[in-house]
Design a protein around this ligand. Structure first.
Ligand code: IPE
Ligand code: IPE
Ligand code: MG
Length: 225
C-alpha cells in the first residue's frame, strides 16, 4: 500500500488547449478525458486508494450554455460507454456535489454507475460535479443542526460529501493558475499543493510521477517541527 492515500486534482486548461490546437474549447474537453483515463490507471498502479477529480464547479454554470451542455453530454457518453471498464478495473465511482440541478436522465446514469461500482475496492474515484466547497460546508452545517448534533471537527467531516474519504495528501492543479476555485477548502487544510504550468490535456504520467516523488521528499509538519 502506498503511504499516499488520496490525490485530488483540479484539471484546468482544457478550454485553452482546445482553442490553441483544435480551434474549439469543447475539443479540449474531449482531449482532457484521455488524460483522466491515463491518470486513473497510474493512480491504481501506484496503489493509491482515493482519487478526487474536479469536473464541474458550482460556478461553472456561468459558462455559455453550449459548453455546459457539451460537458454534460461528454459525461453521459463516458459513463454509458465506460462503466463496464470501471467495474473491470475495480473502481468505485462516487459523485460529490449537488445532483439536484441535473436532468432526470443524468441523475439516473450517475446513480446507475454508482450502484454498479459500489462494491469495488481497488480505487474510489470521487468525481466532483456541481461541486462547491462553500455549498458543501453549508450543507454539512445544516445536516448537523437538523440532527441536533454539536458543531465539531468530527461531525463536520462526517457530514461532508467526502465523509468516506481521508483528506487528500496532495492536490495537483494544472493550467498555470494558482488558486483553489472553491475546491475542498476544508479537506485541503494540510495537503501539499502542486501548481503545474501544463494544460490538462498535455499532463502526462511522467509529470504525475515527478509530483509523487517530490511529495515523498517533502517534510510534513502538521504544525510540529
Ligand atoms: C477545466 O478546464 C475543465 C472544466 C472546468 C470543466 P477549463 O475549461 O477551465 O479550461 P480553461 O481554464 O478555460 O483553459
Ligand atoms: C476549476 O476550474 C473548476 C474545474 C476544474 C472543474 P475553472 O477554470 O472553472 O476555475 P476558475 O474559474 O478559472 O477559477
Ligand atoms: Mg479553467
Amino acid at each position: 500500500m502506498n503511504p499516499i492515500k488520496h490525490v485530488a486534482i483540479i484539471m484546468d486548461g482544457n478550454g485553452r488547449w482546445g482553442l490553441k490546437y483544435k480551434k474549439s474549447r469543447n475539443l479540449g474537453h474531449r482531449a482532457g478525458l484521455n488524460t483522466i483515463e491515463k491518470v486513473i490507471k497510474n493512480t491504481i498502479k501506484k496503489k493509491i486508494k482515493f482519487l478526487t477529480i474536479y469536473a464541474f464547479s458550482t460556478e461553472n454554470w456561468k459558462r455559455p450554455k453550449k459548453e455546459v451542455n457539451f460537458l454534460f453530454n461528454l459525461l453521459e457518453e463516458f459513463l454509458t460507454k465506460k462503466t463496464k471498464d470501471l467495474i473491470k478495473q475495480g473502481i468505485k465511482l462516487k459523485i460529490i456535489g449537488n445532483k439536484k440541478k441535473f436532468s432526470k436522465k443524468l441523475i439516473k446514469i450517475l446513480s446507475n454507475s454508482e450502484n454498479l461500482t459500489k462494491n469495488n475496492k481497488i480505487l474510489q474515484l470521487n468525481l466532483a460535479l456541481n461541486y462547491g466547497s462553500k455549498n458543501e460546508l453549508i450543507n454539512a452545517m445544516n445536516l448537523i443542526i437538523k440532527k441536533k448534533k454539536s458543531i465539531n471537527e468530527k461531525n463536520i467531516k462526517k457530514n461532508l460529501y467526502t465523509y468516506d474519504s481521508p483528506d487528500p495528501d496532495l492536490l495537483i492543479r494544472t493550467g498555470d493558475t494558482k488558486r483553489l476555485s472553491n475546491f475542498l477548502l476544508w479537506q485541503l487544510a494540510y495537503s501539499e499543493i502542486f501548481f503545474i504550468k501544463k494544460l490538462w490535456p498535455d499532463f502526462n504520467i511522467k509529470d504525475y510521477n515527478k509530483i509523487l516523488l517530490k511529495f515523498f521528499k517533502t517534510k510534513r509538519n502538521f504544525g510540529n517541527i
